[in-house]
Design a binder for this molecule. Structure first.
Ligand SMILES: *Cc1c(COP(=O)(O)O)cnc(C)c1O
Length: 221
C-alpha cells in the first residue's frame, strides 16, 4: 500500500472535523513529500533536531507539531516555527516555551499532556496538577504561550477495554476543562493502534504514524 492509499483509507475512518497529524518521525523527506502531494499539511515529529531539519527542507505551508518529550534546552530551536506542542508536560517546560515565545515575538500554542496510562514511563500532568496550573497566576502571566487543549496517550496494550477506559477518563476531564475555558478546545488522543477508540471518545486530533508511513525500523525514544 502506498502512503497516498493509506491516507485515503484513514480519512474515510475519521470524521472530517477531526484533525489528522501525520507522524513522520524517522521517515525520509520523500515520504513526507508524498503525503504532502496528497494534500496532507500537518506533520508531527518527536525529536526537535529532526523537526528542525525537516522544517528547513520542506514547503513552508506545512504545520509542524511537536509530539514527543522535550528537553528544555532545545525549545529555542523550534520556537520560531512550531505550530503546536502536544507534549507540554511540566511547569518548567511551559515556562521555557513562554520565554522562547517571547524572544520570537509569538504566542506558542500548546496542549497539556495528561497522564492517563498506568505505565510509569508516560509523562504528563495529573488532572489536579493541570487544573491548578490553568487556574494559576503564573499561567495568566505567561503571555507567549497559550494552552489550547489536552493530550493523552493510552497504555500500550491489546486490552481494548483498558484503552477505552483511559480515553474515556480523559474525555470527561477535557469536557470539564472546556466548560470553564472554551479556548481549550483540542483533545489530542489516538495513534495507529487505538485511534478508532479515541474517536469514539471524542478525540478532535489523532496522531498517526505507522498506519500512514509503514512500520518504523527502530523506535526513537
Ligand atoms: C510515534 C508517536 C505517535 C504515532 O504512533 P503510531 O503508532 O506510529 O501511529 C503518536 N503519538 C506520539 C506521542 C508518538 O510518539
Amino acid at each position: 500500500m502506498s502512503i497516498k492509499n493509506n491516507l485515503e483509507n484513514i480519512s474515510l475512518k475519521i470524521p472530517s472535523e477531526v484533525c489528522l497529524v501525520a507522524v513522520s518521525k524517522t521517515k525520509p523527506i520523500s515520504d513526507i513529500l508524498e503525503a504532502y502531494e496528497y494534500g496532507q499539511r500537518v506533520f508531527g515529529e518527536n525529536k526537535i533536531q529532526e523537526l528542525v531539519e525537516k522544517h528547513n527542507k520542506l514547503p513552508k505551508d506545512i504545520e509542524w507539531h511537536m509530539i514527543g518529550h522535550i528537553q528544555r534546552n532545545k525549545v529555542k530551536y523550534m520556537a520560531p516555527f512550531v505550530s503546536l506542542i502536544h507534549s507540554a508536560d511540566s511547569y518548567r517546560l511551559i515556562k521555557e516555551i513562554n520565554k522562547q515565545g517571547k524572544i520570537n515575538n509569538r504566542v506558542i500554542n500548546c496542549l497539556l499532556q495528561i497522564k492517563i496510562a498506568s505505565e510509569e514511563s508516560k509523562f504528563g500532568f495529573t488532572e489536579k496538577e493541570a487544573t491548578d496550573f490553568l487556574n494559576s497566576d503564573e499561567y495568566v502571566s505567561f503571555k507567549n504561550i497559550k494552552i489550547v487543549g489536552l493530550m493523552g496517550m493510552a497504555t500500550f496494550t491489546d486490552d481494548q477495554r483498558k484503552i477505552d477506559q483511559e480515553f474515556n477518563k480523559l474525555k470527561i476531564f477535557y469536557k470539564k476543562v472546556n466548560r470553564s475555558n472554551s479556548e481549550i478546545n483540542v483533545l489530542s488522543m489516538g495513534m495507529s493502534n487505538d485511534y478508532p477508540i479515541a474517536i469514539r471518545n471524542g478525540s478532535t486530533m489523532v496522531r498517526i504514524g505507522s498506519s500512514i508511513f509503514g512500520k518504523r525500523n527502530y523506535i526513537k525514544k
